[in-house]
Design a binder for this molecule. Structure first.
Ligand SMILES: [Zn+2]
Length: 445
C-alpha cells in the first residue's frame, strides 16, 4: 500500500457519525491488509426523544458496533467501528440505543456493504461465491439472501394482487429432499408457473397447511387441481375447494401401470422361463442318450435366452411405441408374439395413453369404463388388481378430458431444487430452502 495516514487526512461524516480516525495496517508478510474507520456519534441528548413515550432523555453510556464494510480498495478488508450512544428516558425510564442508519438491520455490516452483497445475489450468484467475493461470512450473506428472496416474493405477490390475478389451474406433488430421506409437498400455478407454496412432509396434514397458509380468497377461482392418484391429496382438495375438479396425473398413472402391471407380468414370465430351463436340465439323467441330452440342453438354452430377453425388456415395454427404432420394434414384436399376457398388458398400456388424449368427457367416460371392464376380465392378476384399485377413482381420470392438466410441470422443479442447493450453499433451514425454490420459480418478466 502506498498511502498512510501520516500523509493524508480524511474527514467525513455519515448521518450523525463523524469519522475521527482511520487505521491502516498489514500483517508481517504484508499480505493481510486492513482498514479500520472509526466513527463516533455527534448527537447530544438534547436532540433525542424517547421512541416509546416521546419524553426527554439522559445519556446512558456508549457502545461500540463493529461493522464489515465494502473495501475502498479491492482485496483490502475494511471495517467501520461505530461508537454510538445509549439513552435512558427521563419519563418512562426505558433504555434504548441510538439509531445507526449506516448499519444494515439484522447483520453486522454497513448498509452499503449489504446492498453490495444483495446486488451480487440478485444476479443469481451462490451464497458461497458471494461470500468469497466480498469476504463476508457465508451466514451473513445467507441472511441477506433471505431478504432478497422475501422482497422478490412479496413484490411478485403484490403484482399479482394489483392486476387482480387468481389461479385457476393448480398442480400438487411431493418431491424428495436430502436424498430421499425426507419429503416436501409443493403447489404450482399451472398457468403462471409460480410455485405457490412448499411445505415439509407429504401427508394429508402436511398438505392441509397449504390451505391455512394461503388466503382462501386467492384460491376462490380454482377450477381444477392435478395430482398423483396414489397420494391422498384428493381428500384435502375436496374439503378445501369443494367446487374444484380433481384430475389424476397421467404420468404418475402411466408410471405406476408400467411398474405394477407391465413390470410384474414381465418378471413373472421371465421367471417362468428360468424355471422351465431348470426343469429341462433336471430331466437329464445318466440314462439320457447323448442325442437326447444335446436336444434338452438346446431347449434349456432357448428358455434361458427368453428369460434374459425379458429381463432386459423393461424400457422396451415402457417406451412410447412411436419412438422405437426398427430394431427395437422387432424385438418388441418378438416378445409380444410369444407372450400373450404381456401382449395384452402392452395393448392396454397403449390404449390408456390414448385415453388421456381424449377431450370429450362423454367419450372419455365410455372408453375408460370399457378399459376398466376389459382389465377386470383379463384374468391377469396384476392387471385386475390395478383396475380394481384405480377404477374407484375413474372420475378423476375422465376429468382429464375437460382439464388436460398434469403434474408434469412440477418435474421441472427438480432442476430448481438442484439450483437451490447450489445457490443456498450450506442451507440447514427448510424455510429458507423452500422460499428459495419459490423465488427461483418466479417467471422472468
Ligand atoms: Zn419514555
Amino acid at each position: 500500500m502506498l498511502f498512510n495516514n501520516n500523509t493524508i487526512s480524511i474527514s467525513f461524516s455519515v448521518n450523525q457519525f463523524q469519522c475521527n480516525n482511520i487505521e491502516i495496517w498489514e500483517d508481517e508478510d504484508g499480505r493481510e491488509e486492513q482498514v479500520l474507520v472509526e466513527m463516533e456519534s455527534t448527537f447530544s441528548t438534547e436532540y433525542i426523544r424517547c421512541p416509546y413515550c416521546g419524553g426527554e432523555v439522559n445519556g446512558n453510556g456508549k457502545d461500540i458496533a463493529l461493522l464489515k464494510d465494502m473495501p475502498i480498495w479491492f482485496g483490502i478488508k475494511q471495517e467501520v467501528k461505530v461508537e454510538y450512544h445509549r439513552y435512558r428516558c427521563k419519563k418512562c425510564k426505558r433504555v434504548f440505543s441510538e439509531d445507526i442508519e449506516l448499519k444494515h438491520p439484522g447483520v453486522r455490516t454497513t448498509e452499503r456493504a449489504a446492498q453490495w452483497v444483495k446486488g451480487f445475489l440478485r444476479q443469481g450468484l451462490s451464497v458461497k461465491a458471494v461470500s468469497e467475493i466480498t469476504g463476508l461470512h457465508w451466514n451473513t450473506v445467507r441472511k441477506l439472501h433471505e431478504e432478497v428472496i422475501q422482497d422478490k416474493l412479496e413484490e411478485r405477490e403484490k403484482h399479482l394482487k394489483d392486476i387482480g390475478y387468481k389461479p385457476v389451474l393448480l398442480a400438487v406433488d411431493e418431491f424428495a429432499i436430502h436424498k430421499g430421506h425426507t419429503y416436501a409437498t409443493s403447489v404450482l400455478d399451472l398457468q403462471t408457473g409460480d410455485v405457490l407454496w412448499v411445505g415439509k412432509g407429504r401427508t394429508i396434514a402436511d398438505f392441509q397447511r397449504f390451505f391455512e397458509d394461503i388466503d382462501p380468497d386467492y384460491l376462490s377461482d380454482v377450477e381444477a387441481v392435478a395430482m398423483d392418484m396414489n397420494a391422498s391429496y384428493n381428500k384435502v382438495v375436496r374439503d378445501n375447494l369443494p367446487k374444484a375438479t380433481i384430475v389424476y396425473d397421467r404420468y404418475h398413472m402411466q408410471a405406476q401401470y408400467g411398474k405394477d402391471v407391465l413390470g410384474a407380468v414381465r418378471l413373472y414370465e421371465a421367471r417362468q422361463h428360468q424355471k422351465e430351463a431348470k426343469e429341462i436340465l433336471g430331466d437329464i439323467t445318466p440314462e439320457t442318450t447323448s442325442v437326447e441330452k444335446a436336444a434338452k440342453k438346446a431347449e434349456a438354452k432357448a428358455q434361458s435366452k427368453e428369460y434374459s430377453k425379458l429381463k432386459k425388456a423393461r424400457w422396451l415395454l415402457l417406451k412410447n411405441s412411436s419412438n422405437l427404432t426398427e430394431t427395437a420394434r422387432n424385438s418388441l414384436n418378438d416378445i409380444l408374439a410369444s407372450h400373450e399376457d404381456i401382449s395384452v398388458c402392452y395393448a392396454m398400456k397403449e390404449e390408456m395413453c390414448d385415453l388421456f388424449n381424449l377431450r370429450d368427457p362423454k367419450v372419455a367416460k365410455e372408453r375408460w369404463e370399457k378399459w376398466f371392464n376389459a382389465a377386470e376380465e383379463s384374468n391377469i392378476p396384476p392387471l385386475m388388481k390395478f383396475a380394481k384399485k384405480k377404477g374407484e377413482r375413474i372420475d378423476g381420470l375422465v376429468s382429464h378430458a375437460t382439464y388436460p392438466i398434469s403434474t408434469g410441470k412440477l418435474e421441472g422443479l427438480n432442476n430448481k431444487i438442484k439450483v437451490a442447493k447450489r445457490i443456498g450453499y450450506g442451507y440447514r433451514n427448510d424455510d429458507y430452502f423452500f422460499s428459495l425454490i419459490r423465488y427461483l420459480s418466479i417467471p422472468a418478466l
